[in-house]
Design a protein around this ligand. Structure first.
Ligand SMILES: C[S@@+](CC[C@H](N)C(=O)[O-])C[C@H]1O[C@@H](n2cnc3c(N)ncnc32)[C@H](O)[C@@H]1O
Length: 324
């Protein structure tokens, strides 16, 4: 069972894993049973997973929908779609279509979807373990890689550009706001000082600069560079803008009677989801499926530490005859 309403620190890291690249998908879906229960796909359901990643949630949902159902998996990372394709090919269930795109551009994306209305829509925000574990994607401070952090490798903004080109004040704001780092001013000053001697281009060097900038800390669960890396990733991928855009227009893809579930990993995301869902319910066209957010049980956190900051919320769009 999931616990209700608890919070935990934002941290997207976990134990070291062997680098098994494309062959073995290592992302373990978070709150899987809860998501399946909340979205409750019936035989023949049309499912839209807008963050299909390694296809973990998608494969379970797809099984429930059966052969007459449809599963559309979207991800802005075209490389990750290959992982999803392999995983989904190994499981039975609904017909599958995989599409590269962003839920932050829903109107444009909708025009490319095989159906315009879905019974179950899922957003599982953030990065997948697969992305985190590949040093060349630049998300990880555990293994050295280029300072990239783009989910969509076609986009222009990289973490390297941010850390080398932003003003000290812009960096401080990013690290404070998106990383909730108390010592953001120190981190920003240290980055600006370090780039004077040499352009910053590696995750290991950036992590060392951040750690050195922070005051000595008691033995911790998480690496002190985690918050800064999270902040840069959110800024590079404009994650909060994409979420805000989606939350303002999800009726474009959600059928009447359909259910929407969102898993967030950061209080800024969760606040947006909570407020948007509350507003929709107040307007009388939706009903909440979760009174408070659901969070992983201790056993899941132990098994998969990356799940520890997850919060799940759900909403159902009322049928025409149910509207108040
Ligand atoms: C936490 S993973 C999803 C894992 C997936 N639920 C599973 O079980 O394997 C999040 C995925 O969302 C993708 N993503 C993040 N922001 C996105 C956006 N705006 N549009 C589409 N995909 C996005 C990432 O590239 C990543 O693959």
């Amino acid at each position: 069972m999931a616990r209700e309403g608890s919070t935990s620190s934002p941290d997207a890291t976990g134990p070291e894993r062997p680098r098994d690249s494309l062959l073995v998908p290592v992302h373990e879906p978070v709150l899987l049973a809860e998501v399946v229960q909340l979205l409750a796909p019936e035989e023949g359901a049309r499912i839209l997973d807008l963050t299909v990643g390694a296809g973990g949630h998608a494969s379970s949902l797809r099984e429930r929908a059966g052969a007459s159902g449809l599963l559309v998996g979207v991800d802005r990372d075209a490389e990750v779609l290959e992982i999803a394709r392999r995983r989904l090919a190994a499981t039975p269930g609904a017909r599958v279509e995989l599409i590269a795109g962003s839920f932050g551009a829903l109107a444009e994306l909708r025009a490319r979807l095989p159906s315009s209305a879905y019974d179950c829509v899922l957003l599982d925000l953030g990065v997948s373990s697969w992305q985190l574990d590949l040093p060349e994607r630049g998300f990880s401070f555990r293994r050295d890689g280029p300072l990239d952090m783009r989910m969509d490798r076609g986009s222009e903004l990289t973490a390297e550009r941010l850390v080398n080109e932003c003003s000290v004040e812009e960096l401080r704001r990013i690290v404070a706001e998106f990383g909730e780092e108390r010592y953001a001013a120190r981190v920003a000053a240290a980055i600006v000082e370090a780039r004077r001697s040499r352009r910053l281009d590696s995750t290991a060097r950036l992590a060392a600069i951040v750690r050195a900038a922070l005051p000595p800390q008691p033995a911790q669960r998480i690496d002190p560079a985690t918050r800064t890396f999270q902040a840069l990733r959110i800024a590079v991928n404009r994650e909060l803008e994409a979420l805000r855009d989606f939350l303002g227009r999800f009726e474009l893809v959600l059928a009447r009677g359909g259910r929407l579930a969102v898993i967030s990993y950061h209080s800024l995301e969760d606040r947006q989801v909570k407020n948007a869902f509350r507003e929709r319910a107040r307007e009388g066209d939706y009903e909440p499926l979760t009174r408070r957010c659901l969070t992983p049980a201790e056993a899941e956190i132990e098994r998969n530490p990356r799940s520890r900051s997850a919060r799940l919320r759900g909403l159902r769009r009322l049928r025409e005859e149910e509207r108040r």
